[in-house]
Design a protein around this ligand. Sequence first.
Ligand code: AMP
Length: 548
Amino acid sequence: MLGLMQNWPLTVDRILDHAANWHGDREIVSRSIEGPIVRTTYGEVRTRAKKLSNALKGLGVKPGDRVATLAWNTGRHIEAWYAIMGMGAVCHTLNPRLFAEQLCYIINHAEDKVIFTDLTFLPILKEHRASMPTVEHVVVMTDEAGMAEADFPGALCFETLVAGGGPDCVWGDFDENTASSLCYTSGTTGHPKGVLYSHRSNFIHTLVTLGVDVMNISARDTVLPVVPMFHANAWGLAFSCAAAGAKLVMPGQKLDGASVYELLETEGVTFSAAVPTVWLGLLTHMRENKLGLSTLKRVVIGGSAVPEAIVRGFRDEFGVDVTHAWGMTEMSPLGTLSSPTAKVAATDPETQLRYKLKQGRPPVGVEMKLENDAGERLPHDGTTFGRLMVKGPFIVDSYFKGDGGQILDDEGFFDTGDVATIDGDGYMQITDRAKDVIKSGGEWISTIEIENIAVGHEKAFLAAVIGAAHPKWDERPVLLVKLMPGVESTKEEFLAFLEGKIAKWWTPDDVVFVDDIPLGATGKIDKKLIRERMKGYVLPTAKAKETA
Ligand code: AMP
């Protein structure tokens, strides 16, 4: 027997409709690409986004067409985002930190018809215009004055398009399973692959993110999404904030500690979300300038493991609560958060901190299991590690155009490529990427765990661990350390620091001090590049073995 409730398609235009109807004068504040701070409201954003949808129709964009954005977080980007999705086209967010060849590959693979771009990225587009045959129009997200600086033949002006678009545009009115947006994975192995979100998956993800143990965003919050709209669906914030009626503060292209700090304070931000490197920049800026935070209460940190020093720094020096989150583009992206259960909340602050450092527990809508290489389920005992597999209504079913083939197992679970433990309280902890984990004598060593401890050394700025070939053990860990400016250290100092904090057989066979630990396009340590740079490196223990 079927239920007798209304069939109200879960399409994301309804999220902005809700914001405009019920939180119409709530502000969206942006640090514009041109420089000044500009203000708009959810009400104005809807009006302008509808006009932009009409302008896109005028340019020949049809439902299902891919329309790309190459842009920082700003109010205009929000307008383009909803204008594209509302009319049934697919908003394809491009990551400007990718190499030009990868960008061209993605644009061609997606067959983007129009690209919205910030002034910042015009030179890249101009240089590679000839390699993007499907692109019919480039729209520069600026006004006529800004266009005067735009050296790009045939480029269209965002503000002129908005001004010329008719005000009435019917949004939605299509199946909730219609594609809304497209985001490519960072592609650390092979070509990037497209994750094609649907209106329904984004709508359900939005409802889940609003939960108190998830993002906990309310109409009273002022939210600064440092996490870019081009990375992993902006962790859902471009939808969640509108759904909750939270004030949005968009940082534009300035993500350094001083610029983020200025917005946090001047706009009264209560909640923010970013990768660990951004927070390191902010903490350093505040310490160097002896600054405090007057309104910020909570930050969500994810994208890579949060170092203990960041959680402690925020808690003890600035009174800010950190929630550690794990997820991936393929999961829309939220998978787990380290919010306390009743049992954990009843423990002392130090015990709570141990749980905060884990990636956390899944919200409703995310199923998880751990498996070994033979496909057998592993126990949730907090020590056994295995492949982390996930399933749910906002998790990828297959990649765009079938890349990668069948990606779900017989039970419908997606292999995240992460290796993890799950403890008896349901807290998941990532121990590695499957391709980074070190296999030593048939056992696995977690590179992330060693890195997290090593980076807690006061002289360490960044740390990375990779496996190096060993004649007896197959692989042994090497610790690479980028030191704080102007300090010196020794291998022995770091090994002594690790002693007692990790199993003895996990102790790196060598410590190498480096000038640079490269970060990839989404702010994660680029182990592929490190491995390339370390080609030819031989472990001292392996050398000893060879000469023995
Ligand atoms: P992306 O799709 O670019 O967001 O990358 C997703 C991957 O980032 C995950 O599969 C993890 O390997 C890594 N990741 C995300 N969040 C965390 C976290 N909190 N701790 C450790 N790794 C993380």
